[in-house]
Design a protein around this ligand. Structure first.
Ligand SMILES: Cc1cc2nc3c(=O)[nH]c(=O)nc-3n(C[C@H](O)[C@H](O)[C@H](O)COP(=O)(O)OP(=O)(O)OC[C@H]3O[C@@H](n4cnc5c(N)ncnc54)[C@H](O)[C@@H]3O)c2cc1C
Length: 416
């Protein structure tokens, strides 16, 4: 079934009886050529590109809960490509370009909205760093503009320009950045993969790997053993737990990250704003809710919920930047589990077990990477070689010392 305006009108006139579920609900087959573990954004995108671009067949995605129950349905929906380092920027810009054509590609409304992201700076040194970052972005084919305080004031007059501690000195604007409806992205990729014959198997937890002679032969699951020629693991916050089943210890810590949404308010924030003097960022949803967040909770956890100290920290950051926020009532708070790598950059690589591939280490920022991550992981699994934009995302870079330390913060997850 193709979605179109004509289809909506036709269904409206015929009692809405023609809509069908977006994907099938198949039982697992005994064997597949390729098994993807994890039905989040990255796993679903990988399966989609494997089936479409790389013409692979007999593919299954195994998800322990329901599709989209993980971080893909919990994030604050920001997409952007405002990175500095050569290992990162081409990859995220590739992702941005895929976002720009995604809804047409998937024939699905993922509400991709290029409303812009503004990173505020509060010191001269921070402005210089943003100038450098903007130049790196432009060199990689992305867009970037450095704004002065008056230009920021014209966009967002309600920000706290009189703050003596954190004066707003300007900001780095990426106009092509923005937001996308996170679960719509999961559903769009799921539908696209299912249409190409991928089996999306929910309530199917991978509990172990069968490895013989250094090669993966299949996976043990809560629904029985499934043989597989190749296995790609894309389980985000559960990466360390799942890969431990294959005898691997990852350079990854799992931390809770929380997000907040207020009651619906009149339109006031057109784009995404990030505070440069603390960990706080905010946008406004199409329903009017202010969507905001901040730092990880800062201790290792696999619980999809956070704690009060970071709520206080986020509230302080918000009040310092936008005092009017204190008048808004918070409707919901939730959390997800971040796979925090030690340099803040991801891993898309093969492993020491032949046929077993890893996609992990997305930290706070894996949603915007969803299209490129799926594409690059599918490229690696199908061809055996890394995608040109993802060659730096090697697992052994931590042993070799070739870190992609975007923030220059070193091996400390809460600073990335
Ligand atoms: C509060 C919050 C805000 C965020 N904001 C942003 C943002 O604004 N922009 C941005 O770019 N990123 C953001 N992120 C990060 C982003 O959401 C993640 O990096 C990204 O979604 C991770 O990839 P995924 O979608 O594949 O993960 P997930 O959706 O978590 O998918 C992994 C899946 O694996 C499944 N799984 C785990 N173990 C097993 C197993 N043993 N067997 C089978 N399946 C298993 C899980 O159930 C899950 O569905 C945010 C995250 C959170 C929590």
């Amino acid at each position: 079934m193709r979605f179109s305006g004509f289809r909506i009108i036709a269904e409206a006139l015929t009692g809405q009886k023609g809509w069908r579920p977006l994907w099938r609900d198949p039982d697992p087959q005994p064997a597949y050529d390729i098994v993807i573990v994890g039905g989040g954004g990255h796993g679903l995108a990988t399966a989609y590109y494997l089936a479409t671009v790389f013409r692979q067949a007999r593919i299954a995605v195994l998800e322990k809960g329901w599709l989209g129950s993980g971080n893909i349905g919990r994030n604050t929906t920001i997409i952007r490509s405002n990175y500095l380092l050569p290992g990162n920027e081409p990859f995220y810009e590739f992702s941005m370009k895929l976002w720009e054509g995604l809804e047409q590609e998937l024939n699905f409304n993922a509400m991709v909205s290029q409303r812009g992201i503004l990173n505020l700076c509060h010191t001269d040194a921070q402005r210089d760093a943003y100038r450098r970052r903007g130049n790196a972005m432009i060199l990689a084919g992305a867009d970037a503009e450095l704004l002065g305080p008056d230009q920021v004031r014209a966009m967002y007059p309600f920000l706290n320009f009189g703050n003596a501690r954190f004066p707003i000195k300007g900001g780095l604007l990426q106009r092509r950045a923005g937001t996308a409806r996170h679960d719509g992205v999961a559903w769009g990729y799921a539908r696209g993969a299912d249409l190409r014959g991928v089996d999306l198997i929910q309530n199917c937890e991978v509990t172990g790997f069968r490895i013989e002679g250094g090669r993966v032969r299949g996976v043990e699951t809560s629904r029985g053993y499934i043989a597989a020629g190749k296995v790609g693991v894309a389980v985000a916050g559960s990466s360390s737990r799942v890969m431990a089943q294959a005898g691997m210890r990852l350079p990854i810590e799992s931390h809770a990250l929380q997000a907040f949404v207020s009651e619906g308010l009149k339109r006031s924030i057109d784009g995404v704003i990030t505070f440069g003097a603390g960990h706080f960022y905010i946008s406004q949803s199409d329903k009017g809710g202010l969507v905001f967040g901040g730092d990880i909770d800062g201790y290792n956890s696999y619980a999809q919920r956070g704690n009060l100290p970071v709520i206080e920290d986020v509230a302080e950051g918000g009040m310092a930047l936008m005092p009017a926020l204190g008048r808004a009532r918070v409707l919901r708070i939730w959390g997800g589990i971040m796979d925090m790598s030690m340099d803040g950059s991801p891993i898309i690589d093969r492993t020491s077990v032949e046929g077993l591939y890893l996609n992990a280490g997305w930290c706070y920022g894996g949603f915007k990477a969803t299209p490129a991550s799926g594409y690059a992981f599918a490229h690696l699994i199908a061809t055996g070689t890394p995608h040109p934009t993802a060659t730096a995302y090697r697992l052994d870079r931590f042993a070799r010392g070739h870190l992609i330390d975007e923030k220059g913060a070193g091996a400390q997850p809460n600073l990335h």
